[in-house]
Design a protein around this ligand. Structure first.
Ligand SMILES: Cc1cc2nc3c(=O)[nH]c(=O)nc-3n(C[C@H](O)[C@H](O)[C@H](O)COP(=O)(O)O)c2cc1C
Length: 257
């Protein structure tokens, strides 16, 4: 049994290779009294600013898991920043011992920082399928492992946290604006894991109260009509979805309405 969160399909792609029973975290969060029992229970999610996303932490914190083997796989794009050890410590702080935590480098969908077309050109070097196979073998063998945090990665993490402390976050709300290219298709309303987007007069309106800044809406817009409002994007004409995952799968994973 795997609980997953995805905004552009990478984590869903990994989850699909690791288990047949997949459960969407954003949808499960709507249920009260969450108690799960399985031989193995896994969490698969993206890395957000060197951490497990807050909504995933909340899901784990507020759920009960009855299992002999609890594991976490975090997908990321360029630097994991030693997240496995921090995740172990977070889980320990809420009383959950974890058997296995690993990361897997994939396409970097941080559209606010990177040109998606440029990322596409370096994607094959990441050898995703080989890494997934290795992680699957580990989990099948119920290996005990927490990925160590090498110094260069923790330095990177420290550098980033220092920068945010000095200069504030990289983005500010409102995050997005809607251009005339919008055709009112409502895709953005269906891929949002937090139900933050609705249509008014045929155009998307964001309520940022619960927004987790996953950027699923901007990435999925078929006409690229959603753009960052205050930050200059490296390439406003390039968007990403994992090539092995369909838009319908992202909608099925995240849809709230
Ligand atoms: C808000 C946000 C923050 C991110 N932060 C990091 C990061 O700190 N380090 C990194 O290597 N990748 C980062 N990424 C890239 C994603 O973790 C990576 O592309 C992941 O595989 C996306 O998974 P998904 O398609 O399942 O959402 C970030 C992406 C987003 C949208």
């Amino acid at each position: 049994m795997i609980f997953y969160f995805t905004s552009t399909g990478n984590s869903l792609y990994v989850a699909k290779h690791l288990d047949d029973e997949l459960v969407s975290i954003p949808q499960e969060l709507n249920k009260a009294n969450r108690h799960y029992k399985a031989d193995k229970i896994g969490i698969v999610c993206p890395l957000f600013e060197f951490e497990m996303p807050e909504l995933v932490k909340r899901f784990i914190r507020e759920s009960e898991f009855e299992t002999d083997y609890f594991y976490v796989v975090i997908t990321y794009g360029c630097h994991h920043g030693g997240v496995a050890e921090r995740t172990r410590d977070f889980l320990k702080s809420i009383g959950r011992d974890t058997n296995y935590i690993n990361t897997i480098i994939m396409f970097d969908n941080a559209i606010i920082v990177f040109d998606m077309d440029q990322q596409r050109s370096i994607d094959p070097e990441k050898k995703v399928d080989e890494h997934i196979a290795q992680i699957k073998a580990d989990i099948d063998a119920e290996k005990s492992f927490i990925q160590p945090a090498p110094k260069d990665e923790t330095d990177f993490y420290m550098g980033y946290t220092h920068m945010v402390k000095e200069h504030g976050p990289m983005y500010s709300f409102p995050l997005y604006r809607v251009t005339d290219a919008c055709i009112g298709c409502g895709t953005c309303t269906r891929v949002c894991p937090m139900g933050c987007v609705h249509l008014e007069d045929g155009k998307p309106v964001h309520d940022y109260t619960n927004c987790v800044n996953c950027m699923a809406c901007i990435q999925a817009c078929p006409t690229k009509a959603l753009q960052f409002a205050t930050v200059k994007e490296p390439n406003p004409n390039a968007r990403y979805r994992n090539p092995n995952i369909t838009l319908s799968e992202i909608i099925r994973a995240n849809r709230q309405n």
